[in-house]
Design a binder for this molecule. Structure first.
Ligand SMILES: [Mn+2]
Length: 685
């Protein structure tokens, strides 16, 4: 190593070796890289087209099947259910694309405004600036009811309190107070902060007709509903407001209404050029003084009821989407576009806004739900009472921003948006449903089972006045059918859309319904058949699974009917359906209602949707523990004892002295004997 030349050679040798090695290495690297890129290209070619133009396709071609959101659970994929080709669910595609350093949103920037992880060309999230339809106007303050504050008319000076009360009795809400609140009052923006960062695809959104059915509605609350829609909907997408008068007989709803419409908005116009409507970007709503020519009034020549009036409204409408609203609402800021975007993406989607509450006494606008970041979804108990269930937010947040739309089995019914053509293809509402009740279920089951989906949209909020009571009757419509109207509507719905064993759960919970006349359902079954709708089993498995969390499958009744005490010769009666109530004995009336008891195979004793509890002091109507269908009760047909096996076995006893019903040690005496009798409503010819 002391020889400098040999050292030089050595160095040269090493260098050469290193270089050739490097060359070799570079060659293999290049080769690997080329192979890798080839591989990547193949993958990209096979995957990208479907994800990029998925939106377009689903807009122009009705997707054949509902897409059930893959939320990372091992839910069985059903034949015909496509995993991602029609889906916006980026989470399915992203890992592959991200792994090779190509962002999905950069691949083809001409295709649409893809701005990040959340969203697609119909709706995308970008918190660097205000969303493209966010209101930029100043919200008025200081007038009665502004900012959604309560307005206490009794504190005003020139008020005839008798008249105020009279109007309250007439309308079920404080119309005198409403009359003094400006039509364009401001309301609080109760949306999630995120909602202000959502953008909606301006070229893709459909036009909407807002359909409002009314019957003897308060004039100012009805008009404020219409004004709020015109003020807070982008004019380019609001095609019209269709008012359907369901045969009102109250004065102001006749010539006064005609005049008001003409004066406020001018004659409705059939011609439509969206760009001619104000702001060329179509973002802003109307001003309060503007004549938009967008309000159309149609009147029924006889009472049709809410359900059939809505169908009429949809037929009269000309917009691509119909949005149904109650006649006493105030829509919130940027409420419309979030409802339209999911429909633009998949025309078989029915979208539902989140409901805020407006006080019927003072019109205070406030949230119904205590937390904006906890979502709810509509479900039912087996007697078809509408219920809501908390959405599993952990699960939701795995794949969605908190403000994104989410699937729900059903909804409350009053407010929703649906593509008009799709609604009509589904046959609208079942025309055999009378007046009110069950139509929300009918449409929800129909949509889900026949290939569509139903989503609740957190960024769309609509205030709704919850009335103190319903100020009108069903009138002659109630006479059209035997049995209580609402329950017969329910029966119709479950007879069409449910299968066994689910139908049986309904009849278990509502035993009298078995005897009611649901009318002819053949045309509805034909729709189910024609549209090749899926089974109710499929629905429960894929959409309604969570229902069981609160309302498990019902064990059959071992006994049901009225329960008569042998000594008293009177029947158990809860007196009311609102717990807590002391159960007492009264004359047996064989009408069901508060005397219709049910004992199921697992020992739960119930009346309506409630449960019966008892102690040594009393027997009470209580809330059932959610998620349970069992209980401590049993009936011994031989001894006629109604037993409670909670800790020790006790018998239900009637105390002649006090008239009380309570538990006591079993004695075998007659005052502990109970006779069940099923009630069968008389059938009329
Ligand atoms: Mn209502």
């Amino acid at each position: 190593m002391s020889d400098p030349s040999s050292a030089k050679l050595w160095i040269q040798h090493i260098r050469r070796m290193f270089i050739s090695r490097l060359r070799f290495k570079r060659w293999t690297t290049t080769f690997t890289l080329v192979l890798f890129l080839l591989f990547v290209t193949v993958i990209l070619m096979s995957r990208l087209p479907s994800s990029i133009d998925s939106g377009k396709r689903s807009r122009h071609v009705n997707p054949k099947f509902a897409v059930i959101e893959d939320r990372g659970k091992e839910e069985p994929k059903h034949a015909g259910l496509q995993g991602n080709s029609n889906n916006n669910d980026l989470s399915l595609d992203e890992p592959v694309i991200e792994g090779i350093g190509v962002k999905s949103n950069k691949v083809n920037s001409d295709d649409g405004p893809w701005k990040g992880h959340y969203g697609d060309r119909f709706a995308w999230y970008d918190d660097s600036k205000l969303g493209n339809f966010e209101p930029r106007d100043v919200k008025p303050t200081g007038r009665p009811g502004d900012e959604g504050k309560d307005f206490r008319i009794e504190d005003e000076k020139d008020v005839d309190l008798n008249q105020v009360q009279q109007l309250k009795n007439e309308y079920g809400m404080n119309i005198a107070a409403s009359d003094r609140i400006p039509m364009d009052r401001s309301i609080p923006d109760l949306r999630l902060e995120e909602c202000r960062s959502w953008n909606y695809g301006e070229e893709d959104l459909p036009t909407a007709s807002v359909v409002i059915v009314f019957h003897n509605e308060g004039f100012s609350t009805l008009m404020r509903t219409v004004h709020s829609v015109l003020l807070r909907s982008p004019r380019r997408y609001l095609r019209e407001v269709v008012l359907v008068d369901d045969y009102s007989d109250k004065d102001p709803l006749h010539s006064h209404l005609d005049e008001y419409i003409k004066k406020a908005w001018g004659q409705w116009r059939a011609s439509w050029n969206s760009t001619a409507y104000g702001d060329k970007e179509g973002r802003e709503g109307e001003t309060i003084t503007e004549k938009s020519h967008k309000v159309k009034l149609v009147r029924n020549q006889e009472r049709l009821g809410l359900i059939n009036s809505r169908t009429r409204g949809a037929k009269e409408a000309v917009g691509e989407v119909v949005v149904f609203l109650d006649a006493h609402c105030e829509v919130s800021y940027n409420w419309l576009t979030p409802l339209l975007a999911p429909i633009a993406k998949n025309p078989k989607t029915l979208t539902v806004p989140i409901i805020d509450g407006i006080d019927s006494e003072n019109f205070h606008y406030r949230p119904v739900y205590s937390r904006a970041d906890q979502h709810y979804k509509g479900i039912w108990e087996w007697g078809m009472y509408y219920k809501e269930l908390e959405v599993d937010m952990k699960e939701h947040l795995k794949t969605h921003k908190v403000s994104e739309p989410y699937d729900a089995p059903t909804h409350a019914g009053g407010l929703f948006a649906v593509q008009r053509k799709y609604f009509m293809d589904l046959g609208g509402y079942d025309p055999g449903l009378l007046v009110w009740g069950g139509e929300n279920f009918e449409l929800s089951f129909k949509v889900w089972q026949c290939g569509g989906r139903l989503q609740w949209v957190p960024c769309s909020r609509v205030g709704h006045i919850y009335r103190a009571f319903m100020p009108y009757t069903f009138g002659s419509l109630a006479k059209k059918r035997q049995g209580p109207l609402i329950i017969t509507n329910y029966k119709r719905v479950i007879e069409v859309w449910w299968d066994e064993p689910y139908k049986e759960y309904f009849y278990t919970r509502e035993p009298l319904a078995r005897y009611y006349d649901a009318g002819d359902i053949r045309s509805q079954l034909a729709i189910r058949d024609r549209l090749k709708c899926k089974s109710f089993d499929w629905f429960m498995e894929n959409v309604g699974k969570d229902v069981y969390k609160h309302f498990p499958r019902l064990p059959h009744n071992v006994k049901w009917g009225e329960v008569r005490n042998l000594v008293a010769d009177q029947c158990l009666d809860t007196g009311s359906s609102n717990p807590p109530q002391t159960v007492h004995l009264t004359t047996c009336h064989s009408q069901g209602g508060h005397q219709l008891f049910r004992l199921n195979a697992e020992g739960q004793l119930g009346v309506g949707e409630r449960c019966i509890e008892a102690t040594k002091k009393s027997m009470t109507l209580a809330y059932c523990k959610l998620g349970t269908v069992d209980g401590p009760w049993s009936y011994d047909a031989e001894t006629q004892e109604l037993k409670n096996n909670n800790v020790v076995t006790l018998c239900l006893e009637y105390l002649e002295d006090s008239g009380a019903v309570h538990l006591n040690t079993c004695t075998g005496e007659d005052n502990q004997k109970w006779i069940w009798k099923e009630i069968h409503p008389r059938k009329h010819g």
